[in-house]
Design a binder for this molecule. Sequence first.
Ligand code: HEC
Ligand SMILES: [Cu+2]
Length: 332
Amino acid sequence: MAAFALSACSTDTPQSVLQPQGEFARKADALWDITFAIAIAVFVVVQGLLLYAIFRYRHKPGREAAQFHGNTRLEIAMTIIPALILLGLAVPTVATVFDLAAEPTGADVIHISVEGRQFWWRYDYTDLDIVTANELHIPTGQPIDLSIEGYDVNHSFWVPRLGGTQDVVPGRTSRLTLEADDPGTYLGQCKEFCGLSHSNMNLRVIAHDPGDFEQWVSDQQEPAAAPSDSLAAEGAELFVNGAADAQFAGGPSCASCHAIEGLDGAVGIIGPNLTHFAARNTFAGAIFQNNESNLRAWLANPPERKPGSQMPNLQLTTGQIDALVAYLQTLE
Ligand code: HEC
Ligand SMILES: [Cu+2]
């Protein structure tokens, strides 16, 4: 009990809904504050009366337990008081529900279509012509309009400090508004059990000052850089055509699952768009830091690194991994 209670004193809580960092998360938090205050008051009154009754009417020699039934006034009061409390709570709740559900309007609203997949997030900036994965870049101080779709099974999108949760259901488009006050990285994750790597389906929102966001957008809109040296060029070639030897030749090439803008033939849509892969801090559901050793381990055997991953083990040789990593690292 003590360990549980003391955990509330922790300050390092990047996914706490109680420390909102944006307009929409704050509105939900305000509702919680009211509900929590009322719940505490009810708890104290009810437990107080209970303790009083236990003590005041405890057993004593010669004292008989009274049997009684049907105190109409008490029963009416016990029905009306909770009904009034719930009615009172319904007013701010319903107002907030409608407020949060309203689609933000205005010329500067950024629309992003989010897709939950086993076990990563795909983001399509529909007006900006950018497709990326797992790390959602947004400008600070303005509402971001997310329309959210499911691709395979149910997921749930949640960045606790920036907004509410939204269930992701295949065949249905839902929406959610997020906003961040300050630049920074905000953690989130899938909140609906969705299979073996549910716990590995993280995401992060990276909020920038509006000027820095503009810069990010124009960088992302560039096609991928051409390979800078012969090893990277070999990697690009492997990426599109596979290799003439080993299992990799018979299986699908990287390009049949991944798109890279500017690389001929790389138009796949099964896996994340890799046009600016090297600009991401993390990969594979934001669970691995994007560095050379993690990338090598990933390419060597994705389902071993991330159970249930839809990227198969392509039986790459060390030489092929060298070339592919060299190429992926040029994709700034
Ligand atoms: C059958 C489809 C398929 C093939 C073939 C494939 N991938 Fe993937 N790849 C995926 C999927 C799906 C993911 C997302 C995995 C996850 O996060 O669970 C992924 C993830 C990745 C990532 C991490 C991207 C990110 O931002 O999270 C990299 C890098 C990558 N693949 C590179 C490659 C390379 C290089 C090849 C060729 C050797 C390749 N892939 C072949 C489907 C594929
Ligand atoms: Cu999920």
